[in-house]
Write a protein that binds this ligand. Structure first.
Ligand SMILES: [Zn+2]
Length: 424
């Protein structure tokens, strides 16, 4: 075997598991495997998980914070305006450099798959070219999936639909949209129809920025679910943000949730961004704005947490740490029960892997040997500690390592160390 990891705890709580890796795939997994590795890692009971997956990101904007100026109001709309000012100044070299730098951060944090929206409203399609180039370059370390995103509205911006089609022809993977940014509710609904029909015709997945507002009457998610169902796109469509659902009438939501479930539409909440950008027109009480995560999960809908932004016109913080994202999601949604906290970990690992349609993801024989050894004893503890990534493995190769933080106060007569680890 190329690599054997000993004594792992798995996300489902199984303990004392060895994982044998050969030719970039998991060859065997079980207790006390009688195999030898050219290289061996003693996990010492630490959690070993498939890698983190970010279902919603903007890699064309990342690390551009302060260019050409900072977002003074901190609002979504000033962020969009600011991005519009920056766009004509973008160069391909700078886009590639920033994206690669972010990928360094991502790999170090065990984030090995990212779905990134890329703005197609710049007629030059500079960002599309840059990110297609980056996607190819970083493939040995992480999977990038690109979404053709008409930031200024596919109907509102005259050339957006043509540009989107060109981006897809160039190799972009997923069809995006932003119905709540079109001029009217009717235009928003029309954009959803147009884009879903285009995706169905091309056999592509769909991921729309959908209802990213506090407007209780913004109902593009209903239209998205309707067309997904009508066109047979079950399991291939995601609604990103869905923040208006936070403010919707409860009776209406009771009718909406089963529709989303029947249409096989997934939900992607972005807790760091939703909690900072929504509720801005409120005085007090101030709405949280994040979509109804526990209720969507209870209805059987796949829910992932995305990072959305790191140091860009919309958000000045972030570091590519999906445990920070899960931590915020857990708090905002008040998901503090044991199963609910575990679900928050799944929302940054297995669920987004399913939404992206990643091949060979997971800890089963035959899967890609992509995994992370965390300095934690369980998924819940990983979130609590935003645990150090002791080892990050991609296709059987160690691509990043970090020592666990450790201190012990050397006091006379102090008893032996007590294990405060949380296990499932
Ligand atoms: Zn976004």
């Amino acid at each position: 075997m190329d690599l054997v990891i000993r004594n792992a705890t798995l996300p489902d709580g199984r303990q004392g598991i060895d994982i044998a890796i050969e030719d970039g795939r998991i060859a065997a997994l079980g207790a006390n495997l009688a195999v030898r590795g050219a290289q061996e890692i003693d996990a010492g009971g630490d959690l070993v998980t498939p890698p983190f997956v970010d279902a919603h990101f903007h890699m064309d904007a990342t690390l551009s914070y302060g260019l050409p100026r900072v977002n003074q109001s901190g609002t979504l709309l000033e962020g969009i305006a600011l991005w519009g000012e920056l766009k004509p100044q973008l160069t391909q070299e700078a886009l590639v450099e920033r994206a690669l730098h972010y990928c360094d951060w991502a790999v170090a944090r065990g984030l090995l798959a990212v779905r990134t929206h890329v703005d197609v409203c710049d007629d030059r399609l500079l960002a599309v070219e840059a990110l297609l180039h980056v996607k190819k370059q970083v493939a040995p370390w992480l999977d990038l999936q690109l979404v053709a995103f008409p930031q200024d509205g596919v109907l509102r911006s005259p050339k957006a639909f043509d540009n989107l089609k060109r981006a897809i022809a160039m190799g972009v993977d997923v069809v995006g949209g932003i119905p709540h940014f079109e001029r009217t509710m009717a235009d928003g609904a029309e954009s959803v129809r147009l884009l879903c029909e285009f995706a169905a015709e091309k056999g592509l997945r769909v991921d729309m920025h959908c209802d990213e507002s506090d407007d209780p009457l913004s109902r593009h998610i209903e239209t998205l679910a309707y067309h997904a169902h009508r066109l047979g796109l079950h399991g291939r469509v995601a609604g990103s943000h869905l923040t208006s659902m936070h403010s919707m009438d409860n009776y209406y939501v009771s009718k909406l949730l089963p529709l989303i479930r029947e249409a096989g539409v997934a939900a992607i909440a972005n807790p760091l961004i939703n909690i900072t950008l929504q509720g801005r027109h409120d005085s007090y009480p101030k709405r949280r704005g994040m979509t109804r995560v526990p209720e969507l999960l209870a209805a059987g809908v796949d829910v992932a947490f995305g990072h959305d932004c790191v140091m860009d016109p919309w958000y000045s913080l972030g570091s590519g740490d999906m445990l920070e994202v899960a931590h915020m999601g857990l708090h905002v949604a008040q998901m503090t029960g044991q199963e609910a906290m575990h679900a928050c970990f799944m929302a940054v690992t297995q669920t987004p892997a399913r939404i992206l349609g990643l091949e060979g993801y997971g800890l089963e024989p035959g899967c890609h040997a992509d995994l992370v050894v965390l300095d934690a004893g369980s998924t819940i503890e990983a979130i609590r500690l935003r645990a150090a990534r002791r080892y990050v493995v991609r296709r059987g190769r160690i691509v990043s390592q970090a020592p666990p933080a450790h201190a012990r106060l050397d006091l006379p007569g102090r008893p032996a160390q007590v294990d405060f680890r949380l296990r499932r």
